[in-house]
Design a protein. Structure first.
Length: 221
């Protein structure tokens, strides 16, 4: 009887030690996993940047573009558009803050175009537009730019922008996005009509972005 008790006690003690060791190892692995996850998140943030920063830069670029294609520069002339720079491969930064007046109009157009062309989701709802608000802001911006270009062409003003900008805008809206209509009772939309609706929905925000850009540009000129 005593032997059985001693053996049972030994087994219980051994089992307790094993459980403590297992628990300790489990805690260490859990801590290690947390450290690895933290390092991964930090690395992703370093290389990819903050999504909030990216959206902030999109807003600044859209506001600046709308303002600069519709106004003259210091010498009472419109900015010359470099066609070659419209086809670069740059993307809107998610790390660095966009500085007003550090890029040409061609670069601003190129950044918005590439950002839209690289969207994984290419469906637009006729009621909501794109599920990503920043994409809707960029689409609303392109529509407003397109309308400004039409006015310039009609008045033979700033014609250099006309064909180039309309070509860039057409490349994005006609070759990238697809209108999705799940309600057969609703009227079909063409792309320009849908962009007009998106622009109308975000008009107040677009004007605010344009005003912010104007304040910063005027302070630099």
């Amino acid at each position: 009887m005593k032997t059985y008790t001693r053996d049972a006690t030994t087994r219980n003690a051994t089992s307790g030690v094993f459980e403590r060791i297992t628990s300790s190892i489990g805690n260490k692995f859990s801590q290690l996993a947390n450290i690895v996850a933290s390092i991964k998140n930090s690395t992703e943030t370093f290389f990819v940047g903050s999504e909030a920063k990216r959206q902030q830069n999109i807003n600044k670029i859209c506001g600046e573009l709308i303002l600069r294609i519709s106004t003259k520069i210091k010498d009472d002339e419109y900015e010359i558009l470099d066609a070659k720079k419209l086809n670069n491969i740059g993307r809107i930064s998610a790390k660095l803050t966009h500085k007003i007046l550090t890029n040409e109009v061609a670069k601003l157009v190129c950044l918005i175009k590439n950002e839209l062309l690289n969207q994984a989701d290419n469906f637009l709802s006729i009621t909501e537009g794109h599920p990503d608000k920043s994409v809707n802001i960029m689409l609303a911006t392109l529509y407003q730019v397109d309308q400004q270009v039409d006015e310039d062409i009609k008045s033979n003003t700033n014609f250099g922008y006309g064909s180039l900008l309309k070509l860039q805008i057409s490349e994005v809206i006609n070759n990238k996005f697809i209108i999705q209509n799940n309600n057969p009772m609703m009227k079909k939309h063409d792309m320009i009509t849908l962009l007009k609706d998106i622009n109308k929905r975000y008009q107040e925000e677009i004007e605010l972005l344009k005003g912010n850009a104007s304040d910063k540009i005027n302070s630099k000129l």
